[in-house]
Design a protein around this ligand. Structure first.
Ligand SMILES: Cc1cc2nc3c(=O)[nH]c(=O)nc-3n(C[C@H](O)[C@H](O)[C@H](O)COP(=O)(O)OP(=O)(O)OC[C@H]3O[C@@H](n4cnc5c(N)ncnc54)[C@H](O)[C@@H]3O)c2cc1C
Length: 271
């Protein structure tokens, strides 16, 4: 849809993208969310499409994915076959309910910053224990763990004008075994439950990411694979009012499926 309150398209300076930020500005990535509902408070789009950030890069830190990396570019990227969790990148892209236009337009950062519970790029980043680099309009930077970023349905910790620059995933996280379970009401529907478990091949650490079922992702971490009863106890610490309620699923159904999937993942990773 047209955003007819927008009066200017700003091309940010790649060296200082937030410079000149003012009220009514909004970062424009793929635009698939921004152009899908009325947002009359917007006056200017700050276009991220020409900043020239390399979409995906492997370096000493592990894997870096630019916020502006298109989801289709992530799908085209072939991760190192030695990374046990490499295929999870594509599994998460496939979890999108998206038309051709959304599939080819949307970006990894745009999906994470939209911060809806069913955002599969959030699931991917949390499951792989990613960090996000955020840049303020004054140029100062902070790094935050992915699990702390989304705090509610369409709510996150971004401050006014703050820009997501990239995600960093460590090589250690990519070396972990993983198992996932996803539920949606229809075959190609939006996720109403999306759980990913990983296990470190050396330390044996177990990490379960609960997403889509809850208004923001939760981590359950243990030194080893917990017993079935211990896992249920840890899941019970997720407050009932954090389970999401929308036409894709009731909170009690989401909780039920979360417990069921968590046990399947636990048992798969225990072997
Ligand atoms: C038909 C349709 C189907 C959809 N299906 C799904 C689905 O299955 N799952 C899902 O999660 N979503 C879905 N969406 C919602 C949305 O389109 C996606 O979340 C999409 O991934 C957003 O990415 P984008 O690059 O287009 O972001 P944009 O629309 O450009 O931006 C989204 C928000 O993020 C902010 N933003 C973008 N990039 C940055 C950045 N680098 N730093 C700071 N802020 C930034 C923008 O200012 C805006 O607030 C769907 C939307 C439509 C219209």
């Amino acid at each position: 849809m047209d955003q007819n309150t927008v009066v200017e398209l700003v091309k940010p300076d790649p060296a200082a993208p937030g410079e000149g930020w003012r009220e009514g500005d909004v970062w424009l990535a793929g635009g698939t969310f921004l152009l899908s509902l009325p947002l009359p408070q917007i006056r200017r789009f700050r276009d991220l499409s020409e900043l020239g950030w390399t979409p995906v890069e492997v370096n000493d830190a592990g894997l870096e994915i630019a916020a502006t990396c298109k989801v289709s570019e992530l799908m085209a990227y072939q991760p190192d076959p030695g990374w046990a969790a490499g295929p999870l990148l594509h599994d998460c892209v496939r979890a999108f309910l998206a038309s051709f236009k959304v599939w080819n337009g949307q970006t990894v950062g745009g999906n994470i910053c939209t911060s809806i519970p069913a955002g599969p790029m959030t699931t991917m980043a949390c499951a792989l224990d990613a960090d996000y680099l955020l840049i303020s309009p004054d140029g100062s930077e902070r790094t935050v763990p992915a699990i702390d970023f989304v705090t509610g349905n369409n709510v996150n910790i971004l401050r006014p004008g703050e820009l997501m620059r990239k995600l960093t995933i460590s090589a250690a996280a990519l070396n972990r075994r993983y198992a996932l379970r996803r539920f949606s009401l229809t075959k190609a529907g939006r996720s109403s439950v999306f759980l990913v478990g990983t296990r470190d091949p050396e330390s044996g650490e177990f990490l379960l990411t609960v997403s889509a079922a809850t208004i923001h992702p939760f981590h359950i971490r243990d030194a080893g694979v917990p017993s079935a009863a211990a896992l249920l106890d840890m899941l019970a610490e997720i407050p009932d009012d954090k389970y999401f309620d929308d036409p894709n699923g009731r909170p009690d159904h989401r909780k039920h499926m979360t417990d069921l999937f968590a046990e399947e993942i636990r048992s798969e990773l225990a072997n």
